[in-house]
Ligand binder design. Sequence first.
Ligand code: FWK
Length: 483
Amino acid sequence: MDLRNKKLTEEEFFGIRKEVLTHWPTGSEVDLQEAVEYLKKVPDEKNFAKKLRKAKEEGVTLAQPRAGVALISEHIKLLNYLEDEGGADLLPSTIDSYTRQNRYNECQIGIDESLKAGRSLLNGFPAVNHGVKGCREVYESIKNPIQARHGTPDARLLSEIITASGWTSNEGGGISYNIPYAKSVSMEKTIRDWQYCDRLTGWYEEQGIELNREPFGPLTGTLVPPSISNTVAILEALLAAEQGVKNVTVGYGQCGNMVQDIAAIRALEEQTEEYLKRFGYSDVFVTTVFHQWMGGFPADEAKAFGVISVGAATAAMAGATKVIVKTPHEAIGIPTMEANAQGIRDTIMTLNMLKGQRMPMSPELQTEINIIKAETRCMLESVYEVGKGDFARGTVEAFKLGIVDIPFAPSKYNAGKMMPARDNSGAVRYLMTGNIPFTKDIIDFNKAKLVERGQFEKRDVTFQMTVDDIFAVGKGNLIGRPE
Ligand SMILES: CC[C@H]1O[C@@H](n2cnc3c(N)ncnc32)[C@H](O)[C@@H]1O
């Protein structure tokens, strides 16, 4: 494996780039020098990295929806509605599934069919097919910073096009857009492809353009223990920093126990900064993003607003820099623009009511921060060890060995030996640790918490708890109590 956690030289980067730009005709629209001049004109209030920096300095939590439709004019109408009627502080373009799989031919068919049908027949915005011209039209028609949100193992061409278009943030990473999103794409390939995406960001940074990168926090969004998602986020932050990324937002998906969720955000921010500093990346600006409930949603819209509000409140009390907003149509599918705006207004109302408030430190909160950091440290140190000091090689080895193991992931490269379950307070714990090299006291801590639940429910601690937890939310509960 010649994979290295080493900044790509300009020669390596521009060598790969030639081929990447041929993947679709719109690649020929990308001219880096011209793009630098275009990006230099992006006003501060439309620069994603700068707006996040300002939010962290002011101690406010920004609200960002997901949104994406097939046609440029409809997409602009949607984004304008979400910023004007919804009040969104930051804008997305959620990219469609064909683009995420590099199936640009099918995107083209989807665009043509959408034109005929007069409505979006794609589940997101096909940015590669619309090219720099189309993406710049979107950027020039909105007031807030815009980010590409997707799930693309090979996002090299997509990243080139959206960045040249004034979109000053890109979500994803070689782990977080592989394991939860792909079945058989090798970890080595996606880490290498995301090194390219990060090196592109690093190249723009070297020209004086500030850009934000955001690893995808929630992963499979199903009972993911906080230390698993924090480990992945920190690994991707380290890999990005090596390529020259200077502004990173690490993320986490709400699990449901508020103290654990707040601890996860606090631990994530502190430990990301600790590891970046330790490995020599002291000039990387770190922010956090909290994703509102990523599990199944109630169909009843009033109940859905309850779920959205709890997520917004947790983000506020945690002091997250950004919160990703859900909608009352989550149970149905792609929301209408009105429903999407309602989710944002619900969230902003909640954030405003809690403005300036934070969950105070307590023995319970400190315990959760400590255990998350200890579990995360076990995994990160082990990745470093099996990689012989190289986090890229270590990540590939770690997934092969199950040292890092993401629950319910489709990827055949994920061990799938670890199993989570909720404890009696709904916090996500390790039922089975698989090959994760936890210390005995960590294993004992998790076991004790699950034994507590077993005693309360008068049943053994078994995988049945995991199964019950997965179905619980659909029944309107957090913990899957025995019937
Ligand atoms: C990560 C999965 C999340 O992305 C949301 N999502 C996916 N595509 C779109 C879309 N096109 N518009 C709005 N929300 C979307 C989906 O509802 C889910 O909450």
